[in-house]
Design a protein. Structure first.
Length: 300
């Protein structure tokens, strides 16, 4: 009977590991002075970096609690949720940002199918809005809001599936222009990891600048930036009331998808851009035939 002996040895090993960890915890606990130097020559972190929004279903004592667990493809179906506060009760009082108490972003995990919605708040703290998606897949639902009791806005996210045959689409390559409904939107400016950067957009139609854009959500437009890979929701602030100018801050080098909502002739449209941080080249889309061999490295 070898297996029980091995298991017992393994269990003893675990005890030993935990024992060491507990000992280390005491050594570097709050009473220990001075702190040991960081291992492997790591730079001393000045402070824990802020976690980007949208990655968690609960944060800072608040929790996103969806009552609907599926999205419908085609015809919109009701979608309802609550934001639960630190006391476990639905939050009913919010501080308005960008003209609304809560902004709801719905986007498929491959960054396609973007929607920006404004649910209605019921007296009991239940938010509801009809949602229909064009294609099946796993969707990210992001709620951007500021409880009245809090000094800052918060973005919580939850995955919600739309049942059916999911065909992921590759992210379009980085580009400076986007076309939507006959409008051409041009992006000027670059994202910089860990720094605030200016992003300016101009809209033209039939080769002529559109100069009569209409106010939307307290500015001339609304910009959302999501990180490829985990759909982190980035902080973007309007920098002007008279131009499509924004200050964006992204936490890490990489590829992002920008969604610019603008209103013209009474209709809101979304222009989408893939953007990379300065110095980062978007990796080519993987091909089915990619593999070993280019360097002569083979497996038998
Ligand atoms: Cu909104």
């Amino acid at each position: 009977m070898r297996t029980p002996v091995r298991l017992a040895t393994f269990a003893l090993g675990l005890v030993a590991v935990f024992g060491v960890a507990a000992g280390a915890g005491r050594l570097i606990g709050p009473d220990a002075q001075p702190e040991p130097p960081p291992a492997h020559g790591e730079a001393h972190a000045p402070a824990a970096p802020e976690i980007p929004g949208g990655l968690q279903i609960a944060q800072g004592g608040y929790r996103l609690s969806p009552a609907t667990t599926r999205l419908t493809v085609g015809e919109p179906g009701p979608f309802a949720f609550q934001v639960l506060g630190p006391d476990g009760k639905p939050v009913t009082a919010y501080t308005r940002n960008h003209d609304k108490d809560l902004h709801l972003i719905v986007v498929r995990r491959d960054l396609s199918g973007y929607q920006h919605l404004h649910p209605a708040l019921g007296a009991d703290g239940t938010w509801s809005v009809p949602i229909g998606v064009d294609t099946p897949g796993q969707y990210r639902v992001l709620a951007d809001f500021q409880p009245a009791a809090e000094p800052e806005a918060l973005t919580l996210g939850v995955d919600v599936p739309a049942a059916g045959d999911y065909q992921p689409v590759p992210l379009p390559p980085a580009a400076r222009t986007a076309e939507i409904d006959g409008y051409t939107v041009t992006l000027d400016g670059d994202l910089a990891a860990g720094a605030s950067s200016a992003l300016d957009f101009t809209v033209s139609r039939d080769g002529k600048p559109v100069t009569d854009l209409e106010p939307y959500l307290g500015a001339l437009g609304h910009l959302v930036a999501l990180r490829e890979g985990d759909l982190a929701y980035l902080h973007v602030h309007p920098a002007s009331e008279t131009a499509l100018s924004f200050q964006a801050e992204v936490p890490s080098p990489g590829v992002y998808r920008l969604y610019l909502d603008f209103q013209h002739a009474g209709k809101v449209r979304t222009a989408e851009f893939t953007a990379t941080t300065t110095g980062v080249t978007q990796p080519p889309a993987p091909t089915e035939t990619a593999g070993h061999g280019a360097d002569g490295h083979t497996h038998d």
